[in-house]
Design a protein. Structure first.
Length: 260
């Protein structure tokens, strides 16, 4: 009996040790990838080949199919490098190919991890406009992947949850004229519910142009374009009346400030 118990204890310890070693090896692998990938981007010549480095590391992550956290963690770290790198034309082409490859493997990532990736992408859009168009496309692809899962899982509302959390995340941000373009890009990308569209519009009008009034016409133009662009996937034109009301109130408030 004691011998059996000892064997079980040894087996448990062995499993724990294996898990710990796997975690250490994974972290070490990520560190090596980050250093190698970032260096290849910084060098920016024909020999650096950042896409090949990413593709090889992606293959290694896919081979580690016993740990479902490896692939989303790898993608998250890659996103962090992309949005913090200087963007030349060459970089943009490489990053587009990399994100395209990410999109192919989204169906291998859990729904919870996809929502976490969405949060990471939106946070990066808030902090930097670098590679924003590529990141928006990745957000769109994650949404479509969640819609597909909703269609096959009874009572699932993953796509709606994604939209709700995006609105909440954006609402907790201080927006200014430097990053509101990302806000408009997000609202053009996903089919938000009417109450979520109105929340987006409210967020837009928290921008204060008092210190850089020359940017105000561009802001107003972007707002008005939302009212007439019927090509938008989320049909924001359904809230045109609300947008006009907010725009009028915005100018009233701006005018009041000028007399203070």
């Amino acid at each position: 009996m004691k011998r059996t118990q000892q064997l079980n204890n040894d087996d448990t310890m062995s499993k724990r040790q294996k898990t710990t070693n796997s975690s250490v090896n994974t972290n070490g692998h990520f560190d090596k990838f980050i250093d190698k990938f970032r260096s290849s981007i910084d060098v920016n010549d024909a020999e650096s080949r950042p896409f090949d480095i990413f593709k090889q590391s992606l293959k290694e992550c896919l081979d580690e199919n016993n740990d479902p956290t490896i692939l989303p963690t790898f993608i998250k770290k890659t996103i962090q490098i992309i949005v913090t790198s200087s963007v030349s034309t060459v970089h943009h082409l490489v990053f587009t190919k990399i994100v395209g490859l990410m999109i192919i493997y989204l169906d291998s990532i859990s729904s919870e991890a996809l929502l976490d990736l969405t949060h990471e992408i939106i946070q990066n859009l808030i902090e930097s406009a670098a590679s924003a168009d590529i990141m928006i496309e990745l957000v769109r692809s994650i949404y479509l992947q969640l819609v597909k899962r909703d269609e096959t899982q009874s009572g699932s509302s993953l796509a709606a949850s994604m939209c709700q959390t995006i609105v909440q995340q954006l609402g907790n941000t201080t927006w200014n004229e430097d990053n509101y373009a990302s806000l408009i890009a997000v609202i053009k990308t996903l089919p938000f519910a009417d109450n979520e569209k109105r929340a987006f519009i409210d967020i837009m009008f928290t921008i204060d142009f008092e210190t850089s009034i020359d940017q105000l016409p561009i802001f107003v133009l972007n707002i008005l374009q939302l009212c007439v662009d019927n090509r938008l996937e989320n049909e924001i034109t359904s809230c045109s009346g609300y947008i006009f009301d907010r725009l009028i109130q915005y100018f009233i408030n701006l005018d009041s400030k000028s007399y203070e």
